[in-house]
Design a protein around this ligand. Structure first.
Ligand code: ZN
Ligand code: ZN
Length: 619
């Protein structure tokens, strides 16, 4: 008789011991009885006969996790504070019995052999630099031809009989990208994302195991497809926040990709037109020169915080001229921020250098990092202008204003409320490309993946609101958005970009050079002690009983105070005080290094608190 420790998949439950007549390899998926049900579990170790009575494993599947997958899952569970089972459940196991079908593999290779993109001298140079590095950041503006370099790298991998993973934000997974990859790789590439059916996923996995599919292109979850002999991981738009998981395990796909690359000996290429401060600071940078389509863009800076006369006039003129326009509005957050219409500045927390949110109910401003509060102000501290504004506008209201001012204009709403499926995305882009709609009006979604090269007028609103967010990355988010949106539009023709902000000087000084912005921003982050120069961790406490939640918070703070080299930035009621009938409290921690932070957090970790390492959201 053999005895095994097992963990239920997708569960935070502790390990359970079962017996079996058979020898079972570590990592095998088995079915076990639990109370009156049957559950899937993973075998984690073989042990001596225990003192207590055990039940028998019901069946042994032919699915198994690789040792490396288990090692990476262990890291994820320890670094991101999830159970091992929750971490390993991110990965897909492979089937033990399948063997590689090399004949079909070779046949496929012959079909599209010889097709490879022609690289410009600048692209060729970047490609060769990337070949020499284990991991690097490819920094090139929109339209500089990063995709051709990715394709060349993937072809190179194939020649070496290695596989590749190509990650992109979910919204960029358009049929256009699929078509582009199919030209070069035919059936050897598969798209992987959350909207695939179970059947489709199973068929892709079968082809992966047979070696028919050698490239997986997809959203964050594509990282966990069990490709054998992985040679390359590409993380396109590496700055994008959708790479960070918002539920347990709260991993960051970019950072896990780098770790996987190290563990599996695969090359990692991060890429962006507006790289994250962290990647620029941490990795070798390969620059992709200037865009090869040089187009003159005219920037106009206007003040205000609504769709005012100058904006309507420009939109109207463009409509009359039968040209297409784009209008960006930031997603409406949960909080209001007070900002000055005259200079664009937000009132900042004196301790944290982030914007303070407006709580009308309590008639005060509050810092979401350290919980410092102060009375609502009537005038701007920077310029003395009065009064301060806090109104914002949503996409629906904006469409109403435009429709009533410009007769006959067809507006395409492009946000999370209207683009709910891949089909709707395709239809909306189709209507715009065919000229059926005249104005694309949307939120952050506009800054991802698509190119709107025919657009001759872009209006970017709400940057002051983003600049004022209680987020140490507020400036980065605002600047990145401006570059992403301006870069994706008007590449084919001369184009106008209207930027509505009270702080034109800030944006103007970096317009021609994102790298200059990165350098200044890194200096600020260093001074203010934020990542990549410090590590942050966010603890959330939620409980139906408000006083219980408060007590857990204080107890946790007391325990944390015993640890050296970590700083408790603040603690108290969370910005969103109540969700689903639970009262929420939070604690923000900081440390120069992640090691003392992890050590302290592992000591206080318990079921009653939720820990988010390297948080990007603080609500
Ligand atoms: Zn002001
Ligand atoms: Zn503060």
């Amino acid at each position: 008789m053999k005895y095994y420790k097992t963990l239920l998949l997708k569960s935070a439950a502790p390990d359970l011991t079962y017996f079996s007549q058979e020898q079972i390899a570590i990592g095998t998926v088995v079915s076990v009885p639990l109370k009156s049900t049957v559950k899937d579990a993973i075998v984690i170790s073989e042990i001596e006969k225990p003192e207590f009575e055990t039940a028998e494993i019901i069946s042994i599947s032919n699915k198994k996790y690789y040792t490396k997958q288990m090692e990476i899952a262990k890291f994820i569970s320890e670094y991101y504070f999830s159970s091992f089972s929750e971490a390993i459940s991110l990965f897909l196991p492979y089937h033990k019995n399948t063997t590689h079908d090399n004949t079909s593999n070779n046949k496929n290779r012959e079909q599209s052999e010889g097709i490879s993109p022609t690289l410009s001298t600048i692209q060729q140079d970047a490609y060769e630099q990337l070949l020499k590095k284990d991991r690097a950041l490819l920094f090139g503006v929109t339209g500089s031809g990063k995709t051709e370099i990715f394709i060349s790298l993937m072809i190179k991998m194939m020649e070496e009989k290695k596989t590749s993973i190509f990650l992109m934000p979910e919204i960029s997974l358009t049929p256009q990208m699929e078509k582009r990859l199919k030209v070069y790789f035919g059936d050897r590439v598969a798209m992987w994302h959350s909207k695939l059916t179970k059947k489709k996923k199973a068929s892709i996995l079968e082809d992966v195991e047979k070696g028919k599919i050698q490239i997986i292109a997809g959203a964050r979850s594509a990282l966990f497809v069990p490709l054998s002999n992985l040679g390359l991981i590409i993380v396109d738009e590496e700055h994008d926040d959708s790479y960070k998981a918002m539920t347990r395990p709260r991993y960051h796909a970019r950072d896990v990709a780098v770790l996987m690359g190290q563990k599996l000996g695969a090359k990692v290429v991060l890429a962006s037109a507006t790289p994250s401060m962290t990647s620029y600071h941490k990795y070798d940078v390969v620059k992709l020169g200037k865009p090869y389509v040089e187009v003159k863009k005219k920037y106009h800076f206007i003040t205000g915080n609504s769709i005012n006369r100058p904006i309507l006039n420009m939109l109207h003129k463009n409509f009359i001229d039968k040209e297409q326009s784009l209008l960006f509005l930031p997603t409406r957050g949960n909080f209001k921020y007070l900002y000055c219409e005259s200079c664009g500045k937000t009132h900042l927390c004196p301790y944290c250098s982030v914007g303070m949110a407006l709580h009308r109910k309590y008639r005060h401003l509050k810092c979401h990092y350290c919980n410092y509060t102060e009375a609502i102000r009537d005038t701007c501290v920077e310029c003395g202008h009065t009064p301060l504004k806090s109104e914002r506008m949503g996409t629906v209201e904006a469409i109403e204003v435009i429709n009533s001012a410009i007769e006959g204009i067809q507006v395409e709403q492009f946000d999370k409320d209207s683009i709910t499926t891949a089909k709707k995305l395709k239809e909306a882009l189709g209507r715009f490309e065919s000229g059926e709609s005249n104005l694309l009006l949307g939120t952050q979604m506009l800054s991802k993946g698509h190119d709107y090269s025919g657009i001759t007028l872009s209006v970017i609103m709400g940057l002051d609101y983003i600049l004022g967010l209680a987020d140490y990355r507020a400036r980065e988010r605002a600047m990145s958005l401006l570059f992403q949106i301006a870069g994706r539009s008007g590449r084919a023709k001369e184009a106008n970009v209207i930027v509505q902000t009270g702080d034109a000087e800030f944006f103007k000084s970096y317009l021609s050079d994102y790298e200059l912005f990165i350098q200044d921003e890194l200096a600020f982050l260093d001074l203010a002690n934020y990542p990549p120069f410090a590590s942050l961790a966010h603890i959330l406490i939620a409980h139906k009983d408000e006083s219980k939640a408060g007590k857990i918070t204080l107890d946790t703070v007391t325990k944390l105070k015993a640890f050296k080299d970590i700083e408790i930035v603040g603690h108290g009621k969370a910005p969103v005080e109540r969700i689903a009938n639970k009262f929420r409290f939070n604690i923000l921690l900081r440390s120069k290094n992640r090691v003392p932070l992890l050590k302290a957090l592992h000591a206080v970790d318990c079921r009653e608190i939720e820990i988010d390492m390297d948080p990007i959201e603080f609500s």
